[in-house]
Design a protein around this ligand. Structure first.
Ligand code: ADP
Ligand code: MG
Length: 198
């Protein structure tokens, strides 16, 4: 058992499509406790600082993108003008900065058992066309990496969730002050305590 906290953001497309309540509801239904929640319109600088800027991260983004192009039999070079993973990752980050800073987002911290791993499962694959039905990205959009890239924009995939527990700690601290996070007992805690003592 590892009760922990993770960070989730409803991206501008999710808010603009009136999906905030549905997305939050899915996490509540799964048993997550909302311990932090607010709306913000991130500045370009805030988004720049939020997503990593390491060659390692750029490279991974480029690699995942090229993997999808290979599946589709599309030449990535024709789209990006390069086959270099890091250069592709840097281009994606630029698009990401304009996307996330374009309109308000909902920021939240969720607490629960294996929170980082479970929220990622609920969010689904980065590329929504490859996200399983039943996941947020799989159920609420037909968006795909190749479609987004052909328009030179970021993949509008409704929601962000921290990749793992370590990333969650950093991302929570990036968006929330300690005083904006709350400790309280919810119905799940009460049921578990009551039945656990029975
Ligand atoms: P995730 O959000 O699933 O953790 P990443 O951390 O790899 O995915 O990427 C961050 C975000 O960058 C994605 O959610 C998506 O909005 C955008 N993105 C990733 N790869 C691409 C791509 N090839 N083209 C456009 N946008 C992308
Ligand atoms: Mg990520």
């Amino acid at each position: 058992m590892a009760v922990e906290r993770t960070f989730v953001m409803i991206k501008p497309d999710g808010v603009m499509r009136n999906l905030a309540g549905k997305v939050i509801g899915r996490f509540e239904q799964a048993g997550f406790k909302i311990v932090g929640l607010r709306m913000a319109k991130p500045t370009k600088e805030q988004v720049e600082g939020f997503y990593p800027s390491s060659d390692d991260w750029f490279g991974k983004i480029g690699e995942k993108t090229k993997h999808r192009y290979n599946q589709l039999g599309i030449d990535g070079k024709a789209v990006f003008g390069t086959n270099n993973n890091i250069t592709i990752g840097k281009m994606v980050k630029k698009w990401l900065i304009s996307y996330i800073s374009s309109s308000p987002v909902v920021l939240m911290v969720l607490e629960g058992n294996n929170a980082a791993e479970k929220t990622r499962k609920m969010v689904g694959n980065t590329d929504p066309i490859n996200a399983d039905t039943g996941t947020i990205r799989g159920d609420f959009t037909l968006e795909s990496v190749d479609w987004a890239n052909s328009d030179k924009r970021a993949v509008m995939n409704i929601v962000h969730a921290s990749g793992d527990s370590a990333e969650a700690k950093e991302e929570i601290a990036y968006w929330f002050k300690p005083a904006e996070l709350f400790d309280y007992e919810n119905a799940f805690d009460i049921i578990i305590n009551k039945l656990g003592d029975a």
